[in-house]
Design a protein around this ligand. Sequence first.
Ligand code: 3H9
Length: 686
Amino acid sequence: MGEAGQCVVIEQDGPLALVVIDHPPVNATSVAVRAQLLQAFAQIDADASVQAIVLAAAGRTFVAGADIREFDFPTQDPHLRDVVQAIEHVGKPVVAALHGTTLGGGCEIALACHARVIDAQGKIGLPEVKLGLLPGAGGTQRLPRLVGVMAALDMITSGRMVSAKEALALGLVDQVVATDLRDAAKEKALSLIGQPIRRTSDLPAPSCVPSDCDAFVKSVQQKLRGQIAPLKATEMVMLSSTTPFAEAIRLESEAFEGLKHSAQSKAMRHVFFAERAVGHHPDLKGITTDPFTSISVVGAGMMGSGISVAALDAGLSVTMVEANADALEKGMARIRGLYERAIKSGRISQAVMDERLARLTATHDLGALAHQPLVIEAIYENQQAKKDLLQRLDEVMDAAGILASNTSYIDINLLAASTQRPDRFLGLHFFSPAHVMRLLEVVRGDATSPQTLARALALGKQLNKLAVMVGVCEGFVGNRILTRFWDACTFMVEDGTPPQEIDAAFERFGMAMGPFAVQDLAGLDISYAMRQRLAAQRQPHERVPVLVDRLVEQGRLGQKNGQGWYRYEAGKRQVDPVVSDLVTAHAGDAVRLSAEAIIARGRAAMVNEAAKILQEGIVPRASDIDLVKINGYGFPVWRGGVMFEAMQFGLEAVLAEAHKIAQDYGVTWEVSDALIEAVRTQKGFA
Ligand code: 3H9
């Protein structure tokens, strides 16, 4: 931004005016930008010496959208919609010069220009649905006029960015420029002088095949269960083929305002800013790190091969070590299989697969890891086996190398103590399947150095993961909350509510899968083993879930052997009368909870544990916990995460519910007034 709040600058170059938006960091259309743009275009329109205009932006990107921070307040004039209209109706050709990420309101400005040229590395999209919104400055009407209804529906309801190449193929831009973007835009603008102006809103209404649109709506309903914005956006895009432009724009604007005030959009905006805040740690500020060009993984099982694929996909070289020949071959076959499926579905080409596999070395030899900058152990979950392996790795590796464990439960400080490099040791808890799941818990041991943590957080970015730094505790953040949640749900079953009713309630709430379906997927033996391990530390009078242990003892391990909480036939889950009888026999005087009570109890169990996590300083912000639950545990993003949702509900009321059910269940959840007070005064809760 220039002097005295100037964020739009006009430079005249012969018959051309170059209008440059300069409002760091991402040229968002804050009120000052909108006002100055409106004024600049009015001034140029009235200036007879100007015959064509180029609209460009300074810095790293063209306009990345409306200023999201303004959405919490009443809109100040001028509205972006009016600015966009004014640009479109200027009486001389306007060419948009697009670089970086042209998003949301930025894309809508570009759509209203009379031609668009884009840098070859540029990307463009309408990501409003990711904020629980729809394009509110004409995007739902102008985009389909340029690219057709189906392509517009795809882009707007997914919010995905398209590359410059795809944008050209779709007809969204007129030219892709490899070298000097502004020169190319100027040339284009000069070529349009004297030509009839092509205004997007004047283009013929696009056609829409009703059956295609109906099928699309159904697929959106299925995919984005519970989200309002994509469906509303679909409705608006479809208006483009039936309703005059001016009327459709009015309806779009109404729909946008409605969504802006919706609970879903507020929640998704919270998630947007939570993602920006998650990497902020005062003690890591200013530490710069070199990117990794290679990493190593020990263990070629599900996790080891998944982590390897994540790294290969991100362009890194990978050495995968596995002692057992058969397991190594199976790991390689799994990786090849993943890539072959990606080829079949058209996501990658054979050449891409070959290039990625060429960066993978598979070996039995730990000695190959001597000079590796980072080695992640991903063997089975056994403390002694991990300690032994880490000790050997510590001996083999250079002093500078970082050593990490992918454990999901084991104490990182205990593991660190088995090495001579506790400062270069940490937990990197990936989630399965590791090449797909976005969450990465970066576990900070007591001795882990800030430099090591900074490198690990940077690795998360390199791998396109959402890296959340957490402290050491049983199960870290995600699994610790999950354990409490599962316990509470199992107590509900033991007291008479069938598991399928609990699953149905949470799936209606928006979770990807209910807790019992997830337990079956994960394998009931996993949590059984954990309960056995922790048995010795438990208070003798404390209630623990027992019904699930009965299932395991009957050989019901979940999906892996076709029976767990449910019976599985051809992959479909069915209620099993054997389990229903077991529940009835156990519950005796059954209390069948309503869906509302089920949610209230599950929420209370999760929030109580989350509050303790915050109180213990395991994470610095409540919003970090939200990101863990959304990205690793299927909590609906449009509810903003477990803590945000509870805060809308009233945190004290939720904790009071936890108090009540802890007494009911006779469990030691340590819900205290002091905790409630601590939570209320905790930074990050305001
Ligand atoms: C919209 O346009 C509605 C219209 O249809 C209709 C209106 C009527 N506003 O992500 P980064 C900040 S809805 C305010 O770390 P990157 C961000 O908080 C909008 N602030 O960088 C951060 O601040 P801080 C549709 C914004 O390079 C800093 O910029 N547009 C906005 O990794 C750097 O961000 C979108 O949804 C904003 N719009 O990624 C695009 N955008 O340093 C949202 C960023 O204080 N933005 N900031 O933490 C993005 O997707 C990414 O930020 C972007 C850059 C890809 C642009």
